[in-house]
Design a protein around this ligand. Structure first.
Ligand SMILES: Cc1cc2nc3c(=O)[nH]c(=O)nc-3n(C[C@H](O)[C@H](O)[C@H](O)COP(=O)(O)OP(=O)(O)OC[C@H]3O[C@@H](n4cnc5c(N)ncnc54)[C@H](O)[C@@H]3O)c2cc1C
Length: 322
């Protein structure tokens, strides 16, 4: 089974999802993986893809490709798909993947399975994806190829690069007028939380309505600083305008997979749980012993967060010296 991996760049560097997609490809029974990468400059990323095991690396570099532009990316990746003749075309279920892959599926009339979190078996591939906000899991058998699939970030361990490997790099021409691009990205403005990399964070401290008022988010921020983590939030407090949307964890926010997740004053509604329940260790602080969050928690602390969070912050500051 031949696979083609759409590798994303983040701030000009290869995104960590690329290495995860090589593991995804292997678990789907790939005998061979190639990759495609687009950006302003792609040389370093192309070499890294070679070290990750890509046999052929298709590259397109142009200043106009610095930002993801739906039409341009879809046209260029479609060309590579036609040339590479792969059975499976894989991408990450990121903002870019979620925009690009449905467009590719529509252009090429290929089947598409989005948001894969697990591979059950291969030949033929059977994959698992969450549905209805994670309340049910669908098992999908791929009966025909070529097919497109996106994988949830952090669902597959990152493949390790092998420094002795290098793939063949094929550089494609970017003929901008022929790409029928109707939009262009003028500027990208970073949201506050993007600088915190919620999606990549190993530790997240999230706050909910139990904090009572926006000013009390300082408690969550202080604990996050003490443990070296990022700040997350429930939708209730985002909707109330206490903290920007980029911090929201859950069905309509970010899906996160940290090693350690603190849920402070968060009830644990299913829409929140689907975004964080795969965290390695979940510590829940809630004064209601029957709060659903305790069903997902590794450690539950029943009590008043206004006492518990400062006490934890103090201990972590002492132990970790931050
Ligand atoms: C379509 C849809 C999509 C949604 N998407 C999301 C999403 O992406 N993310 C998300 O989070 N939600 C989402 N929601 C909303 C979700 O259903 C809940 O309403 C929300 O998660 C509740 O937020 P919360 O836990 O902060 O607030 P609450 O449910 O009000 O919980 C507050 C908790 O704080 C505890 N508490 C209060 N005071 C203290 C104290 N002093 N000490 C300790 N504990 C205390 C309470 O016991 C309670 O459990 C979505 C809903 C819908 C319908």
């Amino acid at each position: 089974m031949k696979t083609l991996i759409f590798a994303e760049l983040k701030e000009g560097k290869l995104s960590s999802t690329a290495a995860e997609l090589f593991t995804f490809a292997l678990s789907l029974g790939a005998s061979e993986a190639s990759a495609v990468v687009l950006g302003e400059t792609v040389e370093e990323a192309a070499k890294e893809l070679g070290r990750l095991g890509a046999k052929t690396i298709y590259t397109f570099s142009d200043p106009k490709l610095k930002f993801f532009v739906d039409e341009a990316y879809a046209s260029l990746v479609s060309k590579v798909i036609a040339e590479a003749k792969s059975d499976l075309i894989l991408g990450a279920a990121t903002f870019t993947g979620k925009a690009l892959f449905p467009r590719l599926a529509a252009n090429l009339k290929f089947p598409l399975v989005t948001d894969v979190s697990k591979v059950e078996s291969n030949s033929p591939p059977v994959v698992v994806r969450p549905s209805y906000g994670g309340n049910v899991y669908q098992k999908i058998k791929l009966e025909k190829t070529p097919a497109l699939l996106t994988a949830r970030p952090k669902s597959f361990p990152a493949a390790r690069p092998d420094l002795s490997k290098n793939g063949e790099i094929k550089t494609g021409a970017v003929d901008w007028p022929s790409l029928n691009v109707r939009t262009s990205v003028l500027e990208k403005v970073k949201e506050e939380a993007q600088t915190l990399n919620l999606g990549d964070a190993d530790i997240i401290v999230s706050g909910g309505r139990g904090l009572r008022e926006p000013a009390n988010f300082s408690l969550v921020r202080e604990l996050a600083a003490a443990v070296g983590g990022a700040v997350g939030a429930s939708r209730a407090v985002v909707d109330a305008g206490w903290i920007p949307y980029a911090h929201q964890v859950g069905q309509t926010g970010r899906t996160v997979n940290p090693k350690l997740y603190f849920a402070c004053g968060i009830s644990g509604a299913i829409q929140h749980l689907v975004g964080m329940q795969s965290a390695g260790i979940i510590v829940a602080i809630n004064r209601d012993k029957d709060a659903p969050i305790f069903g997902a928690a590794t450690y539950g602390i029943v009590g008043d967060l206004f006492e518990i969070i400062p006490a934890l912050t103090k201990v972590f500051k002492e132990k970790l010296g931050r």
